[in-house]
Design a protein around this ligand. Structure first.
Ligand SMILES: [Zn+2]
Length: 251
C-alpha cells in the first residue's frame, strides 16, 4: 500500500510538469465522472506536493486536486504522447512529458482549500435552482467564466462551457447580471446534458470548442476565440448566433 514516502516519490516524479499549462484528459470513464480533467484542462500547474497519503496538485485559480492512491494507484511520468494500452484515470500532458495516474481510486477536488465547492454538475440530485442562485453571485462577470468557477458549480471546464453556451445560443461574454434565471438554468442543464451524453457515448462531436477560424456549424459565421477570466482560459463562441446580452468581449 502506498505510504507517505511513495507519495513523496510520486510528487518528485511529477515536478517536471510544474509551471506548465497542461492538457488534461480522463480516458477512464469512472474518472471522467469526477470532472477533474475538464476542470484542470488548460490550467497552469502551480505545485505538486505530498501531504500525508495525499498528493495535492495545485492549479491556477485556486483549484486543488487531491489524489489518494489507496492500494492500487500509481503515478508515472511518460514521454508526451506515449502509446499505451488500458485506460488511465488522468493524463496531464505537458510540453515534453505527461503525468499518468493509473487506478487512482480517489481523485477529487480538495474542498478544504477551496472553501465550499459548488454542486457537482453531474450529481444525481442536482438542484438547478440553487446553482442559479449561486451563479448570481458572479454579478457582472461573464457567464463563461462563472460556469467554470468551481465554487459556484463544480465540474464544468472550458470545453463544456463553450459547447453548452453554443447549444443555448448565448455568448460566454454575456454578463451574468444581464441574464434571466431561465437562461442560467438552461446553461447549467445544457452542460449537464452534454457531459452525461459524453459519459454514455464517449467523445461527442464538438461544435465550437477548438474550432476558432472555422465556420459555425449552425450559421456559418467564423468561430471566435479569446482568453477569458483571471485564468485566461480560451473561450470559443460564434458571434453570429450566440447572444451577448449587451456584454461583449472586454478589450
Ligand atoms: Zn453561429
Amino acid at each position: 500500500m502506498p505510504e507517505g514516502d511513495s507519495l513523496h516519490r510520486a510528487a518528485r516524479r511529477l515536478q517536471p510538469l510544474v509551471g506548465q499549462r497542461l492538457e488534461a484528459s480522463s480516458p477512464n470513464p469512472r474518472a471522467q465522472v469526477t470532472g477533474v480533467a475538464e476542470a484542470v484542462d488548460g490550467r497552469l500547474l502551480e505545485s505538486v506536493e505530498a501531504v500525508g497519503k495525499n498528493l495535492l496538485l495545485r492549479f491556477e485559480g485556486g483549484l486543488v486536486v487531491r489524489s489518494h492512491l489507496r492500494m492500487s494507484g500509481r503515478w508515472r511520468l511518460d514521454p508526451r504522447g506515449k502509446t499505451r494500452s488500458g485506460l488511465p484515470w488522468l493524463v496531464l500532458r505537458g510540453e515534453e512529458v505527461e503525468g499518468v495516474l493509473w487506478n487512482g481510486p480517489v481523485l477529487a477536488f480538495e474542498s478544504r482549500s477551496l472553501g465550499r465547492l459548488g454542486q457537482d454538475v453531474l450529481g444525481t440530485d442536482l438542484d438547478v435552482a440553487s446553482v442559479v442562485a449561486r451563479l448570481r453571485s458572479a454579478g457582472d462577470r461573464p457567464l463563461g467564466e462563472a460556469l467554470q468557477s468551481q465554487r459556484l458549480v463544480a465540474g464544468i471546464g472550458n470545453m463544456w462551457m463553450a459547447e453548452a453556451l453554443w447549444e443555448i445560443r448565448v455568448s460566454p461574454w454575456a454578463r451574468v447580471r444581464d441574464l434571466p434565471d431561465e437562461i442560467l438554468a438552461e446553461a447549467v442543464a445544457a452542460a449537464r446534458r452534454l457531459m452525461q451524453a459524453s459519459l454514455a457515448d464517449g467523445r461527442p462531436g464538438r461544435n465550437v470548442y477548438r474550432r476558432a477560424g472555422r465556420p459555425c456549424r449552425r450559421c456559418g459565421t467564423i468561430v471566435s476565440s479569446r482568453g477569458q477570466g483571471d485564468a485566461n482560459r480560451t473561450a470559443y463562441w460564434c458571434s453570429g448566433c450566440q447572444e451577448e446580452g449587451g456584454g461583449g468581449p472586454v478589450a
